[in-house]
Write a new protein. Structure first.
Length: 309
């Protein structure tokens, strides 16, 4: 079996070592520019188009992350009929749950305000938020969104969820499609974005949609920077419609040093770390899927290219 590897950032060696433990007889190679030699499987993160373009012979492309936008951006230039497979949780769900729970509790218990007070040398009691008035709305109820909902349910938050197709999740008021969107927004005090980046979801967090959240709402974006119109958020924070935002992803990463988000204390930024790809879990998941494919069995996580995720 020939496995081709490419990860845009980082050292490939630990990946190859991990892959050797599950496929000791496979021929593994790191893709180099100009390599059009045959391969059975490709494992990739943010691959260049040249790596995939000529590869109609691949049995599958495994993405080393959940979001496949960096691959699907190449559209019809990708080889037709080669399955693209995303990571299915592989240890990311619990990390997302931790990140979002932390951010929601920080706002709910007003730690953001207490931190600002402490920096200003103040000591002042603030009346707690009312949980009934603090519903959390989760955009995207897939692998990660549903895990986030499960974690927040433990704290008794009212939960709203929004997906493309109707869902029935315990403890979540589920909305679907364009017709369910406004009601979802109007009834969510904290908006969490866990959507894939597609033609339909790009720019979805904008002046109009964020403006439909109740006054003094909060935004948590753990999906992709291109979901958010950044200048719209900045204005909504400055006019206090949005009381705070926690952002893990940005239009441009790393976030440029002069970006205005860096000067806005009500915006908390993290460097795209909400849910990391865990090497061991990911290789084990991919190895299981390759073995299933070799046996002719179906696998989960195959991306629907028309849908975009
Ligand atoms: P997923 O399992 O594919 O779930 C996607 C969810 O979004 C589904 O519920 C889907 O609806 C919904 N959705 C898609 N398009 C929609 C639309 N147009 N309108 C309404 N709902 C829509 O994806 P996942 O594994 O949860 O991952 C979500 C995203 O998180 C990834 O694509 C990636 O961008 C991001 N991510 C970020 C990090 C980080 O560290 N910041 C780490 C991992 C992933 P249906 O259920 O109806 O299909
Ligand atoms: C990370 O952003 C991922 O999509 O896995």
């Amino acid at each position: 079996m020939r496995i081709l590897f490419h990860a845009a950032d980082g050292n490939p060696e630990p990946w190859l070592a991990e892959l050797r433990t599950v496929f000791p007889d496979a021929h593994l190679r790191v893709w180099q520019e100009g390599d059009n030699g045959p391969a059975d499987y490709a494992l990739v993160w943010k691959p260049p188009l040249e790596m995939l373009q000529q590869r109609a012979g691949l049995k599958a492309v495994f993405n080393l992350g959940a979001g496949v936008d960096a691959i699907l951006q190449f559209g019809d230039a990708l080889p037709q009929g080669v399955p693209i497979v995303r990571l299915d949780d592989a240890g990311m769900g619990v990390q997302m749950a931790e990140y979002v729970t932390y951010a929601v509790l920080r706002y709910f218990r007003r730690f953001d305000e207490f931190e600002a007070q402490a920096r200003a040398g103040q000591w002042r009691f603030l009346k707690p938020h009312d949980k009934q008035d603090f519903a959390v709305g989760i955009l995207g109820l897939g692998v990660l969104g549903s895990r986030i909902a499960q974690a927040l349910a433990h704290f008794g938050f009212r939960l709203n969820g929004w997906s493309r197709t109707p869902k029935d999740l315990p403890g979540v008021q589920c909305h679907a499609g364009a017709q369910g969107f406004d009601e979802f927004l109007r009834s969510s005090r904290v908006l969490v974005c866990a959507l894939p980046l597609t033609g339909e979801t790009a720019g979805l967090l904008n002046r109009d949609t964020l403006g439909k959240l109740p006054q003094h709402s909060y935004l948590i974006n753990v999906a992709r920077g291109a979901h958010l119109v950044e200048e719209d958020l900045l204005k909504l924070v400055q006019n206090e419609h949005i009381a705070g935002a926690t952002l893990d992803v940005f239009q441009q990463e790393p976030l440029p040093p002069a970006h205005p988000f860096r000067q806005e204390p009500r915006i908390t930024i993290t460097p795209h770390m909400a849910a990391l790809t865990l090497r061991g879990d990911s290789v084990r998941q991919i190895a299981g899927k390759i073995s299933a494919m070799e046996r002719g069995e179906p696998i989960a996580g195959v991306v629907d290219r028309t849908r975009g995720y």
